[in-house]
Design a protein around this ligand. Structure first.
Ligand code: ZN
Ligand code: ZN
Length: 174
């Protein structure tokens, strides 16, 4: 069991690991929700997530991409977001991974941690060597996996990389 909590300690949770997926997501939703350059999201089956203490408030957001609902759980005392549920992926829980007591408990290695939404990553974002980096997300469209890039050396996001990524997606949508 790995524990996590909000800033003030009102909300505590535990997960049974390892996560099914570790996603460094650079999409606009995750940037805004995390209030940061990107979100490190660890995904679990619902039965592996346990709320230990407190009752989070829920903000329901409609995804601009899929129009499906996302329920963001947060502490109404300190404002920390802890986890979210997805109408599109009903069996999954996504954890805001900055809330774990031990930041190092899950693996960030190539092959374990994916990078999503290169197309909207801020300039200067580090794209680590050996990791799968997707222009948007894992699915190009329903049921069709996208083809990731894997950089040989660590790269920094540039305007050129962003423009290429958006061109591959064929749109400017994020
Ligand atoms: Zn709190
Ligand atoms: Zn995202």
């Amino acid at each position: 069991m790995q524990k996590g909590r909000c800033l003030c300690g009102e909300i505590e949770f535990a997960v049974e690991g390892p996560p099914n997926d570790v996603i460094n997501c650079h999409c606009n939703f995750c940037q805004r929700a995390a209030g940061s350059a990107y979100l490190v999201e660890t995904l679990f089956g619902k039965a592996k997530f346990h709320l230990l203490k407190g009752s989070p408030k829920v903000y329901e957001h409609r995804s601009e991409g899929s129009a499906k609902r996302i329920q963001i759980h947060f502490c109404d005392r300190c404002g920390t977001k802890t986890h979210m549920l997805f109408e599109r992926f009903p069996s999954s829980v996504g954890v805001f991974s900055g809330t774990y007591d031990d930041a190092d408990w899950f693996e960030h290695a190539p092959g374990r941690a994916l990078h999503f939404f290169l197309s909207t990553a801020p300039l200067g974002t580090v794209l680590p060597a050996g990791h799968e980096v997707y222009d948007a997300h894992y699915w190009q469209s329903e049921g069709i996996p996208a083809v990731p890039q894997v950089f040989e050396t660590h790269e920094l996001m540039t305007l050129e990389l962003k423009a290429e990524s958006r061109r591959r997606l064929g749109t400017s949508k994020s």
